[in-house]
Design a protein around this ligand. Structure first.
Ligand SMILES: Cc1ncc(COP(=O)(O)O)c(C=O)c1O
Length: 483
């Protein structure tokens, strides 16, 4: 049983719910229940969150109290809300009847996960495990604790930076349990409660969550149609004096923009003038779908070695299940990061590190295959969008894992809510804003097979038509078989 935890106010919940209601809809309570379910499934309402009193929520939304009661009854029957007299209502863990969780497997099941931009493992991962398994006896004689990371992997990660044009020594590398862990460690080092952190707007949702989790305050600077507003970043650094900036310069998540070499040089000048550390997340930097990643702009650290802390990861290049990432910084910062790390954990899993070290011994052929496959999946998705969602606009991504689509109406949350009923899990645009918004946007990943992508985009077209009232379909017509 889930125990009640922190409370969310009616105002905050109304804000998170966004544009949940279809105009003129009769099914108000079903819509509200579906919108709350979406927040639970994508993690914005964690289990245990205490819900506001019905009257408070009715005033904040604003809707009738009867509608709130009916929506909560629906969620209670699904096991997503629990209530106790005197203790109110809170979000509860579904007991299995719901059948849709963020971890529902992607393929071969009725639910298509069109929210998570994470590809399956490279075929070479299995082989690398076999190789490591054979050599394991050499390592088992060791203690197995590597707070900085296993030396073999630190060397390989450093070599990869050198191949990308940034000479790096292993003592500049800390191995972490993924880039998200790397960001959490960096935030712990650089920020304290109430400090400001500059972020792109939109930005990677889990990074925004990590910033809020250390009680820092995101200071968003809007992206433009073509990329970064560098004068805007300079002004924000001057005016808000953030402790650090969190930036994704290589195939930005979610817009897929990449900052070119001239932009990087300008950004380095801006950061140097403001003396603000730049924490640059290169999780998808290897996924250049049109060119050779070794021929792209040099890593940001090449422009401001003293100010840049780089986060990296094997999750998108090799496999998220390895849970291996890293931080590249000066040896002095590495030392400080490791000193603060020991309160949290004492290193990442050695076997997984050795597997990645094996994969990085000769990474280029497998990465080339990954890029070719992703590029063709991107093309399938774009063709599907042109056919099934012809009024949506998007720019062809040159790298990364997703298309950032501009819809023809502010209905992103509505589409995500209705899509759940049709076997499609979507991340609405509001997930990508520091304070919500982005109701005209949807991020669509192309990490699945062409067959699944074609099915997903067809369902999406029908759902979108039913929500916006365009096309012949009504929501009742969209009874898509989800076998
Ligand atoms: C920009 C960005 N940073 C970090 C992550 C998380 O990486 P990891 O799996 O290494 O924690 C992702 C995953 O989607 C990402 O897109």
């Amino acid at each position: 049983m889930t125990v009640p935890g922190g409370r969310i106010s009616g105002f905050r919940l109304a804000h998170l719910l966004g544009e949940w209601r279809r105009r003129g809809a009769r099914q108000g309570s079903a819509d509200l229940a579906a919108a709350i379910r979406l927040l639970v499934l994508d993690g914005r309402l964690p289990a245990g969150t205490r819900l506001p009193a019905e009257r408070e929520l009715a005033e904040a939304l604003p809707v009738s109290r009867t509608m709130i009661t009916a929506a909560l009854d629906q969620l209670r029957s699904e096991g997503l809300v629990a209530s106790r007299r005197g203790a109110g209502s809170w979000i509860s863990l579904p007991t299995g009847t719901l059948g849709i969780t963020p971890d529902t497997p992607l393929v071969g099941h009725s639910m298509i996960d069109f929210a998570r931009a994470a590809p399956p493992a490279l075929p070479g991962v299995l082989e690398a495990f076999d190789t490591v398994r054979r050599r394991l006896p050499e390592h088992l004689a060791d203690h197995g604790y590597y707070e900085h990371g296993h030396p073999d992997l630190r060397q390989r990660v450093a070599d990869r930076y050198a191949a990308r044009g940034l000479p790096t020594s292993p003592d500049q590398i800390v191995i972490t349990s993924g880039a998200q862990h790397a960001l959490a460690m960096t935030l712990r080092l650089l920020t304290g409660p109430g400090d400001r952190v500059l972020v792109e707007q939109p930005s990677y949702p889990n990074a925004l969550d990590a910033i809020k989790a250390v009680s820092a305050i995101p200071v968003p600077v809007a992206m433009t149609d073509t990329g970064w507003d560098l004068p805007g970043i300079a002004a924000a650094l001057r005016q808000a004096a953030p402790r650090m900036a969190y930036l994704v310069l290589d195939f930005h998540n979610p817009t897929a923009h990449r900052l070119d070499a001239a932009g990087r040089a300008e950004l380095a000048d801006i950061a140097r003038r403001a003396r603000t550390p730049l924490v640059v997340d290169e999780t998808v930097a290897e996924l250049d779908l049109d060119g050779d990643p070794l021929a792209g702009p040099p890593p940001m650290a090449a422009f401001a070695e003293d100010l840049v802390i780089t986060l990296g990861s094997a999750s998108k290049s090799h496999w998220g299940g390895l849970r291996i990432g890293w931080i590249r910084a000066s040896p002095e910062v590495v030392h400080r990061l490791v000193s603060t790390r020991t309160a949290l954990d004492l290193g990442s899993a050695v076997v997984d590190q050795l597997v990645l070290a094996e994969l990085l011994a000769d990474p280029d052929p497998a990465l080339r295959d990954r890029r070719v496959r992703l590029a063709s999946q991107r093309d399938v998705l774009m063709d599907g969008l042109r056919e099934h969602c012809p009024s949506w606009r998007f720019t062809r991504p040159t790298g990364g894992l997703s298309v950032w689509c501009e819809l023809d109406a502010p209905v992103s949350t509505r589409i995500a809510v209705v899509a759940q009923n049709h076997g499609l899990r979507l991340a609405p645009g509001s997930r990508f804003g520091a304070h919500g918004g982005f109701e005209r946007w949807l991020r669509l990943p192309y990490v699945q097979s062409p067959e699944v992508l074609r099915d997903a985009v067809q369902r999406l077209g029908l759902v979108a038509a039913s929500v916006t009232g365009t096309g012949a379909a009504t929501e009742e017509d969209v009874a898509i078989p989800v076998a």
